[in-house]
Design a protein around this ligand. Structure first.
Ligand SMILES: [Zn+2]
Length: 134
């Protein structure tokens, strides 16, 4: 399977589209400080879409209170929607999660989540935008 995103934009296009905070997370694989993002404590129903391309990535039904300070999900809305990449930076073994559609950095997935998946998709608020359902 290729990790190449379907959409490719120039860095200038990314910078024009995103806020500096979003750019740092999405393009430079930054991590927002815990308990500071827009969505870590959000319980509103809806679909969380990629900030880069609008792809529907996570749903509120899969969101859980992990206590870690970042939005956490047990599973993506569609497994094809995200791409998981082995990340050995910062002297840690982690699995990076990016948007399959545009390559935006979303966060990491850890094997310490609740049932049924046992996974915790730890996602930066800066990488997603909640599309609220009424
Ligand atoms: Zn995307």
């Amino acid at each position: 399977m290729s990790n190449k995103p379907k959409i490719s934009k120039t860095e200038a296009e990314w910078r024009a589209q995103l806020t500096p905070t979003q750019y740092q997370v999405v393009r430079e694989k930054g991590t927002e400080r815990p308990f500071t993002g827009q969505y870590w404590d959000c319980k509103d129903p809806g679909i969380y879409c990629c900030i880069g391309c609008g792809e529907r990535l996570f749903e509120s039904a899969a969101k859980f209170d992990s206590g870690c300070g970042w939005p956490s999900f047990t599973a993506p809305l569609d497994a094809q929607g995200v791409t998981e990449i082995s990340d050995n930076s910062h002297f840690m073994r982690r699995t990076e999660v990016v948007c399959s559609n545009c390559g935006a950095h979303l966060g990491h997935v850890f094997p310490d989540g609740p049932a049924p998946t046992g996974l915790r998709y730890c996602i930066n608020s800066a990488s997603i935008d909640l599309d609220q359902q009424s």
